[in-house]
Ligand binder design. Structure first.
Ligand code: GLN
Ligand code: ZN
Length: 768
């Protein structure tokens, strides 16, 4: 019999119950007990959704992030937090967000830990911190309680644990510690944990070591060997789990490690499976992740069975089936959707449907295809309908992509020439201040948008409501004396969805939320067909905002690579091809803004880095087409039009050369949480254009002081000529409230004024 299991279920709930509970808790509208009760109910619901499986997962749920949970389970809490007398939940949120519900005053806040993306997904985890004197100690209660809860629902419970080597590799060495020096101590704690799990009758543990799909040095390979040789004395069966890519040169290592089973991403590493079967000792089970946990498309079940049947014949009971990775990265349940086009809906599968697919595949293997004949026929019909649909293919779009040439992606003059024209036009001070685009999305804004969607507001009323919000935002920015203003993006629910709603080729869900970080979710739109710009999207709003002020108003767009990386994309053509279609569509919008008299245009590429392949060898291929797409989008404008781009992440160093090739006049980046460490790259790399390193951590409710901003900018000024520096927050302000934003920006402007007076007139003259 083929065994079925899952690598993780979405946490938020069908209606994002966890998000709302967390946010209420942070606002003190509910108690910690209520929050934990809601979490318990959600887990129960999730396990009930997975009862068709032989093994249900536990340990995949988290109040904020599973890597942070792992840090707490291993007793690895940053000293600045553990030094404060506190209970666990307060410490937990202090590490996650810089404050707990008991921290009312700014002085009791601490630095939150850094947050970074989980491999090549849009999920962000809290980066563990390591120091030379880091000592681990087991704190397993959260997991043990959840196991007990799960055991009441299903008799086969499989805990999911982040493997020790991946855990160390994801963390940040704070004081130059070699993370692998901590491995021995850490392994002792894992051994203790397995002992505790055994006491609860646990038989299988899924131990995730996704670093096996990355390039590994000898030291890290050795660490994997050492870890699993030491842990093999454990009484529990270990299912060593990788996902998100191929094993490549780690294939033999993965097959040989002394564990009881191996899970592979059989979507991305499909070509490797035959080799793995040859290598895998025959006492080990092989779990194949045959259902794509990263996209929303129905699996072609018949084709998958064609491939699986011979494997099943060879492996028999040793074959397990699962999604390729945790289903954290897909929405919960397609049956919640009421408004999708019926064709498109028939092509899709969300988490619950994907688990049903696993069940069908297992049944077809166990009992023969005839036992699920009807479902297989229905699946075949859907797959063919998608392939042949003329809603998917538009000849004119494909032809326009073929006609793209280099000139379309090249500015008329190089930066050093066009900057002179732009400086003359905009007359900005040294250290000009700006923001990244969005301002607080207040309850009124959300309400108006919802009322409009539900036809409670007419189009005209909605327009007026948004204009009012834009006006408030412009007036506030004028009062704050910011230099380059924005309209505040009140009309945008989400930076990708907003644009995609007005492009052909996209479909939208009502409840297709996916966790991005903490309580933040995104609802990626679905690119199902060729993408086309049919009308100007933003010009009217930006022109209106500009009409309210004599200061320059920045037009705000989302770039093609971010549109791609934050959408669910087609699996029937290359990402590069889809990206160029998006580039042409956004280029049309850039040119429409320029024509409408907008002098500064920001094209956000928040997610450019996320698309990087996990292996460095493949980076250049990706960067080549991604940067080409950005250039096609941005560089058709005149010299006098100033192009900004924005990226929200701190690991920047390794792609700086590619980013410089985008040739944006100004780039704003996230830096404040890393204390400008990332700017070290400017010691080696001479970034030719203007840059605004973020000085306000918008992921935290804390307000940066004038001194802290000056300090950060002084660090930046040591590496970058002051006439090319801007002062801005790390990212958009939509998740913050005005009470935080106003003082933070006031401090930012004060810091900028101080800096421009200290760095002085002489430098200003240089640039004029
Ligand atoms: N312009 C967007 C905003 O300010 C950028 C968001 C982002 O980079 N994630 O909200
Ligand atoms: Zn950002």
């Amino acid at each position: 019999m083929v065994t079925t299991h899952n690598l993780g279920f979405p946490r938020m709930g069908r209606k994002r119950e966890l998000k709302f509970a967390l946010e209420k808790y942070w606002k003190k509208a509910i108690s910690a007990e209520t929050l934990l009760e809601i979490a318990t109910d959600l887990r129960t619901q999730h396990w009930q959704d997975q009862l068709m499986l032989d093994w249900i997962p536990v340990g995949d749920f988290s109040l904020y992030d599973h890597v942070l949970d792992t840090s707490f389970m291993l007793g690895n809490i940053p000293a600045r937090v553990s030094a404060l007398p506190s209970n666990e939940i307060d410490s937990y949120f202090r590490v996650a967000r810089g404050r707990s519900v008991t921290d009312d005053s700014a002085c009791s806040c601490v630095h939150a830990s850094e947050m970074t993306k989980w491999f090549d997904t849009n999920y962000h985890f809290i980066v563990p911190e390591f120091e030379k004197n880091t000592q681990f100690s087991l704190n397993p209660n959260r997991l043990l309680q959840q196991i007990k809860q799960a055991q009441q629902i299903h008799f086969q419970v499989k805990p999911i644990i982040l493997g020790p080597v991946t855990y160390l590799s994801l963390g940040k060495p704070k004081d130059g510690v070699d993370r692998l020096d901590l491995l021995d101590d850490l392994l002792g704690v894992y051994a203790q944990l397995f002992h505790e799990l055994e006491k609860l009758g646990i038989q299988w543990v899924q131990i995730d070591e996704p670093i096996l799909v990355m390039e590994l040095t000898q030291e890290w390979k050795h660490a994997l060997r050492k870890t699993y040789y030491q842990l093999q004395v454990s009484p529990i069966s270990l299912l060593l789990t990788t996902y998100f890519g191929q094993l490549q040169d780690n294939l033999q290592l993965a097959c040989e490690l002394p564990v009881n089973g191996l899970h592979l991403d059989a979507v991305m590493a499909k070509d490797e499976i035959a080799k793995v079967i040859d290598w895998l000792p025959n006492h080990k089970i092989l779990s194949l992740g045959v259902i794509n946990g990263r996209n929303v498309w129905k699996t072609d079940l018949n084709e998958t069975l064609d491939w699986l049947e011979p494997i099943h014949a060879r492996l028999g009971d040793r074959l397990w089936l699962a999604p390729s990775c945790s289903l954290l990265h897909v929405p919960v349940d397609l049956s919640s959707e009421q408004r999708l086009d019926t064709d498109v809906q028939s092509w899709l599968a969300f988490a619950v449907q994907k688990l049903n697919e696993i069940e069908v595949l297992a049944k077809a293997l166990n009992d023969g295809r005839s036992s699920v004949a009807e479902i297989l026929l229905e699946n075949r019909t859907a797959v063919i309908s998608r392939k042949q649909s003329n809603r998917v293919h538009q000849a004119a779009v494909k032809e326009r992509v073929l006609r793209i040439n280099d000139a379309m992606g090249t500015r008329q003059s190089p930066y050093h020439q066009r900057t002179l024209v732009q400086r003359k036009k905009f007359q900005l001070p040294l250290f000009p201040t700006t923001t990244i685009g969005s301002f607080p999305q207040t309850q009124e804004i959300r309400q108006a948008r919802q009322d409009f969607r539900q036809s409670k507001l007419s189009e005209q009323e909605y327009h007026q409501a948004m204009q009012k919000e834009i006006e408030i935002c412009v007036r506030e920015q004028e009062a704050l004396e910011l230099d380059v203003l924005v309209h505040g993006e009140p009309e945008r629910n989400d930076m990708v969805e907003y644009f995609s709603e007005q492009l052909a080729g996209y479909a939208f869900t009502q409840f297709g939320w996916v966790q991005s970080y903490g309580s933040r979710c995104v609802k990626p739109p679905i690119i199902y067909g060729d993408v086309l710009h049919t009308q100007a999207i933003t010009t009217e709003w930006i022109q209106y905002a500009q009409s309210l002020t004599s200061k320059p108003m920045k037009g705000m767009l989302t770039g093609p690579v971010t549109m791609l990386n934050w959408s669910f994309v087609r699996d029937d053509q290359s990402r590069a091809e889809t990206c160029l279609q998006l580039a042409l569509a956004i280029r049309d919008e850039v040119l429409a803004l320029e024509k409408a008299g907008v002098g500064i245009i920001q094209i956000d590429e928040a997610a450019l880095r996320e698309g990087l392949p996990l292996r460095k060898l493949q980076w250049n291929t990706y960067l080549d087409w991604a940067i080409r797409a950005f250039r096609v989008t941005a560089n058709g404008v005149k010299d006098i039009t100033q192009i900004h781009t924005h990226m929200c992440y701190s690991e920047f160093n390794d792609i700086m050369a590619a980013i410089a090739k985008m040739d944006a006049d100004v780039i704003t980046i996230e830096t404040s949480r890393s204390n400008m460490e990332l700017l070290d790259v400017f010691d080696q790399f001479h970034y030719p254009n203007e840059i605004g390193p973020g000085v306000y951590d918008i992921h935290s409710p804390n307000i940066p002081s004038v001194d802290s901003i000056i300090d950060l900018m002084q660090k930046a000024a040591q590496r970058i000529p002051t006439q090319r520096l801007w002062v801005n927050p790390d990212c958009g302000l939509k998740t913050r409230n005005w009470e935080e934003v106003k003082p933070a920006l006031r401090n930012m402007v004060a810091a900028s004024r101080y800096l421009s007076s200290t760095y002085g007139q002489g430098q200003l003259n240089l640039t004029c």
